[in-house]
Design a protein around this ligand. Structure first.
Ligand code: AHG
Ligand code: MN
Ligand code: MN
Length: 343
């Protein structure tokens, strides 16, 4: 018999701690959880229900969309537009803000999401995920525009991800630590299996796409070179490397056993006028919030990710996150480079 804490119970108990809470937020999270269960089911059935493969369309980022990028975006919209908790939504897969249809009541929150992260992995049956972040809609704004979503990551009310791996998991923070839940397919509920997740500080594992090495900035090259030099180099210990190409899976591994993840700035991005590969609102901010809440750090090399004042819905930034000591070391290499150039 199942007798663990379900995510619903967990959320309601959290809500009771805040006497002013109306239940609105709990109810919104419930709809997000439902959306992730629907996505988990679609991802799970894959080829059996004909959802794999390319949709042959391009999103606003100029990336070719997979069928599941479009399906999962639609699932998120349908699950979250009707209940009256949201004033608007924004997604990696939509160019503009999604306005709540006139037939539904408006709420006080904004929902931002990457409906299917790591979608290049979907056709080869490797883990993918969903990332989301909840912001407050500025007061007196009834029909939010892109401007209203451009809040620094420190303003997030909640961030989370669902990981569709060997088990489906949901990992969440509301600014009071990080908790992980595993989907029990038999009862259709997420059950608290990983309370109070914290990142081990000492690490010997890094995650970066090394095929881009020749395009990186000097501090990132230096950091990775030193890891690669292992016990014979300045770090005096051997490192291990992983690259799944699904940020959700990568962040989850770091929460479980430590490590550092980098998607740094490179010269090809700069040539295209982009600030990085990963998107600030849908990927970098929610993941940095979770990682910081678990005792880690999230940085661009030049500044803390959560402090960035966004300048566009689809803005991209460099991402270096994970165990604090490693992230701080990369940031220190950036400071040293900048001091050298100034001298
Ligand atoms: P998305 O599938 O939402 O576009 O994001 C993919 C991201 C991220 O999850 C992953 O870390 C990275 O892109 C992989 O990039 P490479 O293909 O360059 O390895
Ligand atoms: Mn993504
Ligand atoms: Mn995506």
């Amino acid at each position: 018999m199942h007798n663990g804490t379900t995510i619903t119970q967990f959320l309601i108990e959290e809500q009771r701690r805040l006497p002013a809470a109306t239940g609105d937020f709990t109810s919104l999270l419930n709809d997000i959880v439902t959306a992730c269960k629907v996505i988990s089911n679609a991802v799970n059935h894959g080829a059996l229900i004909g959802v794999l493969g390319s949709a042959e369309t391009e999103n606003v980022q100029g990336e070719t969309q997979k069928k599941l990028d479009i399906i999962t975006n639609e699932v998120f919209i349908k699950s979250n537009e009707w209940a009256g908790h949201l004033a608007g939504m924004a997604s990696e897969e939509m160019e503009d803000v999604y306005a709540i249809p006139a037939e539904y009541p408006r709420g006080k929150y904004l929902l931002v999401f990457d409906p299917l992260d790591g979608s290049s992995n979907i056709d080869v049956n490797v883990s993918v995920g969903t990332i989301f972040s909840i912001l407050r809609c500025p007061e007196d704004v009834e029909n939010p525009t892109a401007e209203d979503f451009l809040q620094p990551g420190t303003e997030q009310v909640c961030a989370g991800y669902a990981l569709y791996g060997p088990s489906t998991m949901m990992v969440l923070t509301t600014g009071n630590g990080v908790n992980g839940f595993t989907l029990d397919q038999n009862i259709g509920e997420f059950v608290l299996t990983h309370p109070d997740m914290t990142i081990p500080q000492a690490t010997q594992e890094f995650a970066v796409n090394t095929s881009n090495t020749r395009f990186w900035e000097a501090p990132v090259k230096r950091y990775i070179d030193e890891c690669m030099a292992g016990s014979e180099g300045p770090r005096g210990k051997d490192f291990n490397m992983r690259w799944i190409a699904s940020m959700v899976a990568e962040v989850h591994r770091i929460l479980m056993r430590g490590g550092v993840f980098l998607y740094p700035l490179d010269t090809r991005m700069l040539a295209r006028g982009l600030g990085g590969k990963l998107r600030l609102l849908y990927e970098a901010n929610p993941m940095s919030f979770i990682i910081e809440q678990a005792g880690g750090a999230g940085h661009t090399g030049r500044q803390r990710i959560l402090d960035i004042a966004p300048d566009g819905l689809h803005q991209r930034v460099p991402v270096i996150l994970g165990s604090k000591e490693e992230v701080e070391r990369v940031a220190e290499y950036y400071r040293e480079m900048e001091n050298d150039t100034a001298a």
